[in-house]
Design a protein around this ligand. Structure first.
Ligand code: BG6
Length: 490
C-alpha cells in the first residue's frame, strides 16, 4: 500500500465511451485502485450521450478494461471493487436539465473532479451547467488537449472555462508531463549539482528532442488533418519538454514556481520567420512505404483521406532561446508519424574540452552526451569518454555509457506507471504542478501561430518521405548545415 494519502472524490468522466477514456483513463483509474490510491469512498461516474442501456455501457467499459489493462495486473478482486465504484449516466452535456441527476450522484462533502474527454467546444457549456446546479464551488475541471486550434481559439476556450472556475481549479493535461522519465528530468536537473552547474551555453553545444511515432493516423483523419504535426505534437508535448530542459531552477516545487519558469522560456523563443522558414524548419508528409516487411499507405491514401491535403505529418526545426543561459545553443526538435520505430528521447550534447590533447582522428567522438529516453526502455544514460583497455590500445578513446535503465536491474520491481495514472492521481491530490497553465498554452500557440502563418504565406507543400523512414532528407540537412547530425540510431 502507498504512503500517499488521498481524499475521497467523485470522479466524473465526460465522454466516457470515447477512445481516450476506454483505452487510457479507465485503465489508469483501475491501476490507481489496485495501488490503493483511490479512497474507499471515491465514486466514478461515466457520462456519455450514446444510446443504449446502462448495463450495456458498463459491460463495454469492463470489456475494455480486459483489453487495455496489462493481464498480469488484472486482479478479479480489484476489478470487482473498481466496478462497484462505477456508475453510468446518460446525458447531453449541453442540456442543463441533465445536471440535477449528476449532482444527485456526487459524494457529499467531497470534491467533484470533472474530466472533459470531449471536444473543447463544449467545455464552456459543461462548466456553465455545473455552476447552475451549484457544483462549481467544489469542482476541479480537467481539460484534455487540444485546447483550441490557435491562440485566438484557445483563448476562447480558456475564457469560457474561466467564467466559472479560477485557474487554481483548472487542470490542463499534457500527458507527456506525467511520464516517469519526464518526472525524472526534474530530479536529475535539480537534485544533482553536477548537472546544474554545467547546464548552460558555456558547457552545452546543442540539444535534440525527438519524438518519433511508428503509427500513422489510426482512423483520426478528421481531427489530424485540421491539426497537423506542429499543432498535434510540437505546440504541446515537445515545447513542454523543451521548457523542462531549458527553464531556470524554480525556487520550490510548487506549481506556480515551475510554471513561471516555463513561461519565461516560451517567451524567450525566437520566432521563426522570413529566411528562417527555409533554413530552420522542415515539414514533411509521408507517402507509401514499408515497415517490418509490410506495405504502408501514404497519408493521402489513408481511410477517409482528402487527397489534396497538404497537412504535415512530420516537423523538424531549430529553436533558439534568447536568454543568457542558452544564447547560441540550438534546440533541434523533430517529430513525425510513420517513422521506423516509436522513440522519444532528449539528447544534451556537451561541448568539447577547451583544450584537446588526444589524436586528431579521434576528435569527432569527443563530447559528453546525456541521453534521456522517455520511451521505450525509459532510462538515462551519460556517455563519457574512457580509454580502450589493453596494452596495444595506447591512448585510444571510446565513448561508454553510464546507464540508468528504469525498466530493468534495480528498478525492475517497480512497474512504470502510465502517464495518465500519475496525472489523475495528482488531480485527486489537488496538485497542479504537472498541469499546464493558461499563459503557457497561449505563449506556445503564439510561437506556433507565426510559424503556421509563414507556411501559409509561402504556400510550399510539405516534403514527401516514405512511410517507415526518418523523414525527408531536408531534416538531415537542417542539422548538418550547422555541422552536426541527429544522434545515434536515428
Ligand atoms: C497525442 C497526439 O497527444 O500524443 C497523438 O494527439 C500522438 O497524435 C500521441 O500519437 C503520442 O503519445 P505517446 O504517449 O504515445 O507518445
Amino acid at each position: 500500500m502507498s504512503s500517499i494519502s488521498v481524499e475521497p472524490c467523485t470522479f466524473a468522466l465526460f465522454g466516457a465511451l470515447g477512445d481516450l477514456a476506454l483505452r487510457k483513463l479507465f485503465p489508469a483509474l483501475y491501476q490507481l485502485d489496485r495501488a490503493g490510491l483511490l479512497h474507499e469512498r471515491t465514486r466514478l461516474l461515466a457520462l456519455a450521450r450514446e444510446p443504449g442501456s446502462v448495463q450495456e455501457h458498463l459491460a463495454s467499459i469492463e470489456a475494455h478494461l480486459h483489453e487495455f489493462v496489462a493481464s498480469d495486473t488484472l486482479d478479479t478482486t480489484v476489478l470487482q471493487r473498481f466496478l462497484g465504484r462505477l456508475n453510468y449516466l446518460h446525458m447531453d452535456f449541453l442540456d442543463a436539465q441533465a445536471y440535477p441527476a449528476l449532482a444527485a450522484q456526487v459524494t457529499p462533502e467531497a470534491p467533484l473532479i470533472a474530466y472533459f474527454a470531449t471536444p473543447a467546444a463544449v467545455y464552456g457549456g459543461i462548466c456553465e451547467n455545473l455552476a447552475k446546479v451549484g457544483l462549481a464551488e467544489r469542482t476541479r475541471v480537467v481539460l484534455e488537449k487540444p485546447i483550441g486550434h490557435d491562440l485566438e481559439s484557445s483563448r476562447r476556450v480558456n475564457d469560457a472555462v474561466a467564467q466559472f472556475f479560477p485557474e487554481n481549479r483548472i487542470y490542463r493535461i499534457d500527458h507527456y508531463l506525467g511520464k516517469e522519465t519526464v518526472q525524472n528530468l526534474i530530479a536529475l536537473r535539480f537534485a544533482n549539482s553536477l548537472f546544474e552547474t554545467q547546464w548552460n551555453q558555456t558547457s552545452i553545444s546543442h540539444v535534440e528532442i525527438s519524438v518519433a511515432e511508428k503509427v500513422g493516423i489510426e482512423g483520426r483523419w478528421g481531427y489530424f488533418d485540421k491539426a497537423g504535426q506542429l499543432r498535434d505534437m510540437i505546440q504541446n508535448h515537445l515545447l513542454q519538454l523543451l521548457c523542462l530542459i531549458a527553464m531556470d531552477p524554480p525556487s520550490d516545487l510548487s506549481a506556480d514556481s515551475i510554471r513561471d519558469e516555463k513561461v519565461k522560456v516560451l517567451k524567450a523563443l525566437a520566432p521563426i520567420t522570413g529566411e528562417g522558414l527555409g533554413t530552420r524548419v522542415v515539414r514533411g508528409q509521408y507517402i507509401a512505404g514499408h515497415s517490418d516487411g509490410r506495405a504502408l499507405p501514404g497519408y493521402l491514401d489513408e481511410e477517409n483521406a482528402n487527397t489534396h491535403s497538404d497537412t504535415e505529418t512530420f516537423v523538424a526545426l531549430r529553436a533558439d532561446i534568447r536568454n543568457w543561459r542558452w544564447a547560441g545553443v540550438p534546440f533541434y526538435l523533430r517529430t513525425g508519424k510513420r517513422m521506423p520505430q516509436k522513440l522519444s528521447q532528449i539528447v544534451i550534447h556537451f561541448k568539447e574540452p577547451q583544450h584537446y590533447i588526444f589524436a586528431a582522428e579521434q576528435r569527432l567522438q569527443i563530447g559528453n552526451k546525456l541521453i534521456i529516453r522517455l520511451q521505450p526502455d525509459e532510462g538515462i544514460s551519460l556517455r563519457v569518454m574512457t580509454k580502450e583497455q589493453g596494452l596495444d590500445k595506447g591512448m585510444q578513446l571510446r565513448s561508454s555509457p553510464l546507464q540508468l535503465n528504469f525498466s530493468d536491474g534495480s528498478f525492475r520491481s517497480a512497474r512504470i506507471p502510465d502517464a495518465y495514472e500519475r496525472l489523475l492521481l495528482e488531480v485527486m491530490r489537488g496538485n497542479q504542478n504537472l498541469f499546464v497553465r493558461k499563459d503557457e498554452i497561449e505563449y506556445a500557440w503564439k510561437w506556433c501561430d507565426q510559424l503556421i502563418a509563414g507556411w501559409k504565406q509561402s504556400g510550399e507543400a510539405p516534403r514527401p518521405y516514405a512511410a517507415g523512414t526518418w523523414g525527408p532528407v531536408a531534416a538531415v540537412a537542417l542539422i548538418t548545415r550547422d555541422g552536426r547530425s541527429w544522434y545515434g540510431d536515428i
